[in-house]
Structures are given as structure tokens and as C-alpha cells.
Design a protein around this ligand. Sequence first.
Ligand code: GTS
Length: 231
Amino acid sequence: MSSDIGKFDATKLAMMEIYDFPRGPYPARVRIALAEKNLRSRVQFEMVDLYKGEHKKPDFVATKNYSGTLPVLELDDGTRIAECTAITEYLDTLDGAPILTGRTPREKGLIHMMNKRAELELLDAVSVYFHHATPGLGPDVEIYQNAEWGFRQRDKAIRGMYYFDGVLKKQKFVAGELFSMADITVIAGLIFAGVVKLPVPAECEALQGWYARMQERPSVKNRVTMSEPAG
Ligand code: GTS
């Protein structure tokens, strides 16, 4: 495998397409992964307007993503991959040299576990709060809301912040000593928490310090502007 790594040339990769919402927290996960992997130039973004409900239109659900969510990666042979974790794994392993999803069985196991926890305990919980207990994407898109469920998930997300604070007191990154997909998912959770004005509790100093460091990474800092034409 090591001889293949030296030969990898990203410019020879066919262009990929991503159905995307530039400021969205979930799309941010893939934008950050693309930048970390230096694959931005191999991708074209196609904007799908969430506030107009374009992701719930029958044609999008039938042909792009059954779940009616973004982002979706489309390969040049027409294959579509939804789910940020799946997209990140695909992008990370394209060059045979994964840096986000683990290189050894141990790393892979830990990263997958912490990534799932970041979804369950933080990002997805904030998302449910947004869709159920705030105006969300507006009355035309949010056709079913359950505020009580939304507030429970908000409280779950705050508990999740305390959990990750405890993790980051003991180690540099969410899944250990290396930046990984699990960090990206917690970053997305805190981006979404910012959107819904759910601050990280002041006493979660380790989480706050880690987030300040993460926001300095070019992949995180430039994630929205990366789709705008150069110059
Ligand atoms: N499990 C999916 C994943 O990990 O990809 C969730 C994707 C998701 O919820 N995406 C959001 C979405 O499509 C995009 S954003 O809100 O972060 O911009 N939400 C629209 C909706 O109606 O749920």
C-alpha cells in the first residue's frame, strides 16, 4: 500500500459533485473533511435551498437522497453517497492514506465510537432542538413539530457538552491524540449550537479551549468561503 500512496495524484480524480447548503452544520463536516484532505478542487457544489424545502421535494428524495437531507456526494458514475460519516470515510480512503477515520483497527474503532457519540449526544440533539422547538426552517418545511421533544434534546445536547468537556480534559482531541472525523462532528455540533444560541457552559473550559483551537484550523475557518470562485 505504501508504494501506492506516493503515486496518488488528486488532479487525476474525476470531478465529484456535492449537493450542499453552504452554511449548514452537517455540510460543514464534509467541507472540513475536503479541506483536510486537500480535495476541494475535485468537487463542485450544487446548492439545495433548505429554507425553500428543496431537499424534501419528491424528485430530490427519489433521485438524490431518500432521507431528504444534505450533504450528498455524487460520483462521476452516478453513485450517490449520503450521510456525513459515509462521505468522510469515502473521501478519507480515496488516496489509501486515511488521516480522519483511523489507520489501525484501534484508531478506527475509537474514532467511529466517538464520532457516533458526537452525533447522538450533541449534533443530532441540537438539530432536533432546532427543528422541533425553534422556528427551524420555517412553517412550510417544518410540517411536524414536537416542542417537548425538542427541549429534551436541547438538554441532552448540553449534557453532551459536559461529556466532551470531560473527554477533552484528558486528551488533546475527541478520539485521542490525533485530529479526526470525531473532532469534525463535535465542531459541527458547536456550529449548530451557535446557530440556535445554545452556548457552551462557561465551566466547560476544556471544550471551549479545544473549540477555539479548532476554529483556527484553515479547514474550519474557511469552510464557507471555500465554495466561492477564486479572485
Ligand atoms: N444523518 C445525516 C448526516 O449525517 O448526513 C443528517 C444530515 C442533516 O440533517 N443535514 C441537514 C439537513 O438536511 C443539513 S443542515 O441543517 O446542517 O444544513 N436538514 C434538513 C432537514 O429538514 O432535516
